[in-house]
Design a protein around this ligand. Structure first.
Ligand code: ZN
Length: 141
């Protein structure tokens, strides 16, 4: 097996609904995403730019960075956890919200980012999301 890894960062706010502790309050993280793509022995690119590569590193890095940018400097909100009036008030103030159909845990973000990279056609093997320098969630189907 051959693997390539690259990482990207995004800064965003979130809170965890139904959580009793510090994380129930609105707070921010510098999230780190590390994506791993891979192919089996004998499956490296056969010709052209990607001959003997898992994937063009430039294209891989660009895909991960662009995805991270989508999550950068926004308020990550699980759908259904804020009143409509609160959402309207925040948007009225010009804040950018990113509504997500899941609880905004590092675990779920890792799975979501995995799926997005996979949909982009990358042979994703694993996605890691660090919420802090000490805490990391790993998603591997
Ligand atoms: Zn948090």
């Amino acid at each position: 097996m051959y693997e390539l890894k690259t990482d990207a960062f995004f800064d965003s706010a979130h809170f965890l609904a139904d959580y009793y502790g510090k994380c129930e309050n609105l707070h921010g993280h510098r999230w780190r995403v590390e994506a791993t793509i891979g192919v089996a022995d004998g499956e490296l690119g056969a010709e052209g730019t990607e001959r003997d590569m898992v994937c063009d590193f430039g294209a891989f890095k660009k895909a991960v960075r662009e995805l991270a940018e989508e999550f950068d400097h926004v308020f990550l909100v699980e759908e259904g956890t804020l009143h409509d009036a609160t959402i309207a008030a925040l948007e009225g103030e010009g804040f950018r919200l990113k509504m997500l159909p899941f609880r905004t845990t590092a675990e779920n973000l890792a799975r979501h980012l995995f799926e997005r990279l996979s949909e982009a056609g990358l042979p994703v093997v694993q996605v890691e999301v660090d919420e802090t320098p000490n805490n990391r969630a790993v998603y591997r189907p």
